[in-house]
Design a protein around this ligand. Structure first.
Ligand code: SF4
Length: 414
């Protein structure tokens, strides 16, 4: 980590700060730095948390090179201000002491399904607005993709444990190991008096390659592997198919768990993961081979073909270029889509043509009173995008619930 005060002193306090504009959640970066310089660190932390309850997480896992730091005016002729380090220092050192502004209890209940980035953001926002909030989580601990998808070396689990304590102290209730869509449906929640339900169940179903051999015992999906890498034995030689951030996480984890030769095969000529993640993967020893697409998997490895762009700019395989690569494990990491359990149980919920939950511009699903955001709506995206969208949806849920309560009151007085 850079020296925080030296970094803070390099900030030019730009009026139209490019760093802030480039942040998906528009963190007031110059103000954060100004407060740090003035030794008002608690104020800075308070401001960060009110704007983004997952500030500590974002300071660690955001793609800063493409966002705030990539836009910093200091970066034009030299190094940008180390914004992520400053945010990390402030939010991490003050987290336990932050006192959130809370409206009085309003007597209404809201249910949140899924304790990932979207669900936790909504839970905090609605709790602050005075709702009694219950979070239902299918796994034993909170965090969703932050705990069961992002490796420990990028995001220590202790941070998520601190969130659990903090959110419990705010009065948010948690029901772990509870799958809504199983014994209990969304309609059951509404029937039980929840004024609104939020779905933030993420995207956990791996997208398939749809090639022969994909069901064999030497194939693993990255999203499942990252869930609990210790229960897998991938062997010495691993082929990773896909080049997004999940692919980098899986490849780097495989190296850390003892695989010696880990190669990422990329369909096009560039990776979709952040430059920083690709760079770190290379430093870890991960190899990259571009313009290769898998054709079929055998018990001994994977057959790959060369690719090129056709006249429409689409990446296509070149016939006759098939090549067999011997590996112990093929790790498939080409994206995830939501599970369909909720939709099956509550048929009023519909999916869009891409397999994500269908919502309107205000975050409403096709089931009245039920809202959604995060990966279940957008497909697998980043933590900060889930937080940014969820904050808007929390406003809509608040409007909806207060509107419903107003309607009920006026019909009772008629
Ligand atoms: Fe400071 Fe860079 Fe943001 Fe300007 S763009 S306010 S120098 S961090």
């Amino acid at each position: 980590m850079n020296n925080i005060l030296t970094e803070a002193s390099a900030c030019l306090q730009c009026k139209n700060s490019r760093c802030r504009q480039a942040c998906p959640i528009h963190t007031n970066i110059p103000e954060m730095i100004r407060k740090l310089r003035n030794h008002e660190v608690m104020d800075a932390a308070q401001m960060l948390f009110e704007n983004n309850p997952l500030s500590i997480v974002c300071s660690l896992v955001c793609d800063h090179e493409k966002q705030c730091e990539g836009a910093c005016v200091r970066g034009i002729k030299g190094d940008p201000v180390a914004i992520s380090d400053i945010e990390q220092y402030i939010s991490n050192s003050c987290f336990e002491r932050i006192q959130l502004s809370m409206e009085p209890e309003n007597g209404m209940r809201a249910a949140v399904i899924g304790a990932g980035p979207a669900g936790l953001t909504i839970a905090v926002a609605l709790r602050q607005k005075g709702y009694k909030v219950t979070v239902f989580e299918v796994r034993e601990k909170i965090g969703g993709i932050m705990r069961y998808g992002i490796p420990e070396y990028r995001l220590p689990r202790s941070i998520l444990d601190r969130y659990y304590k903090k959110l419990k102290a705010l009065g948010i209730q948690f029901r772990p190991n509870m799958a809504i869509g199983g014994a209990v449906s969304i309609q059951d929640l509404l029937d039980d008096g929840y004024s609104s339900v939020f779905i933030g169940t993420g995207a956990w179903k791996p997208r398939r390659l749809n090639i022969p051999g994909e069901t064999f015992g030497n194939v693993q999906y990255a999203v499942n592997y990252l869930n609990n890498p210790d229960v897998y034995d991938l062997g010495e030689n691993v082929a990773v198919i896909g080049a997004g951030n999940a692919a980098m996480d899986a490849a780097r984890t495989a190296i850390r768990k003892g695989s010696r030769n880990v190669t990422v095969y990329v369909r096009s000529n560039s990776a979709t993961a952040s430059d920083e993640e690709v760079e770190y993967a290379k430093i870890d020893g991960v190899q990259f081979v571009f313009n290769k697409a898998p054709v079929r998997i055998t018990d001994e490895g994977v057959v790959l073909a060369d690719t090129q762009k056709d006249e429409n700019g689409k990446t296509v395989m070149i016939e006759g270029t098939e090549n067999f690569v011997k590996v112990d494990t093929v790790l498939v990491a080409i994206s995830q889509v939501p599970q369909t359990r909720l939709v099956t149980r509550d048929p009023d919920l519909q999916l869009n043509e891409r397999g994500n939950l269908k919502i309107d511009d205000l975050g409403s699903t096709t089931m009245p009173g039920v809202f959604a955001s995060g990966d279940v709506v957008t497909g697998a995206k980043t933590v900060v995008h889930a937080v940014a969208l969820s904050r808007q949806i929390a406003e809509e849920m608040d409007r909806y619930m207060k509107g419903q309560a107003g309607t009920a009151k006026s019909s009772a007085s008629e």
